[in-house]
Ligand binder design. Structure first.
Ligand code: SME
Length: 159
């Protein structure tokens, strides 16, 4: 899926737009970041058929600890500066991993995860507040359309 046709990209982008519109309506009523994360995880997880695990890790006192999520039980605490979530938080950018086994230091919370995309979540001051992490049971399940859509939704948490 790293290589998508323009039609596939458009279909997925429109799906993200619909999720973002629905979240915008919900977020108008509540600004609490954790309530917003919980709603984003639930909506994304149920609207995106290629998502196996959907959730947030929050940066708390220098640690990435699990936040609201949907899917199988996951690691509560990620070893510092190791794995995909930390790579995204440390670099301050999206990290798209078509094959988790090929990513040095990848942290396998569930051995069924085969591919993954992580985008940073920034607070109102622009500081990294955590990450939005999505895993798939299929290899190479994500594309740039996922990076763009998830980046847009991550920006709404503190927006
Ligand atoms: N695989 C992630 C850890 C979190 S789980 O995927 C839910 C990582 O390498 O950071």
């Amino acid at each position: 899926m790293s290589q998508t046709t323009p039609a596939q990209h458009k279909r997925l982008a429109e799906r993200y737009d619909r999720v973002a519109e629905q979240l915008a309506e919900l977020y108008a009523k509540v600004a609490d970041p954790q309530a917003r994360m919980a709603s984003a995880a639930a909506l994304l997880h149920h609207k995106m058929p290629h998502f196996f695990w959907t959730g947030f890790y929050r940066l708390v006192d220098g640690d990435l600890i699990v936040g609201p999520y949907q899917g199988p039980i996951a690691c509560l605490l990620l070893e510092r500066h190791k794995g995909v979530c930390w790579a995204s938080a440390d670099r301050g950018e999206a990290v798209l991993v078509p094959d988790v086994h090929a990513f040095p230091g990848h942290i396998a919370c569930d051995s069924r995860s085969q591919s993954e995309v992580v985008v940073p979540v920034r607070d109102a001051s622009g500081a990294i507040a955590g990450v939005l992490d999505v895993d798939s049971e299929k290899p190479d399940a994500f594309s740039e359309a996922d990076v763009e859509g998830l980046t847009k939704i991550a920006a709404m948490i503190y927006g």
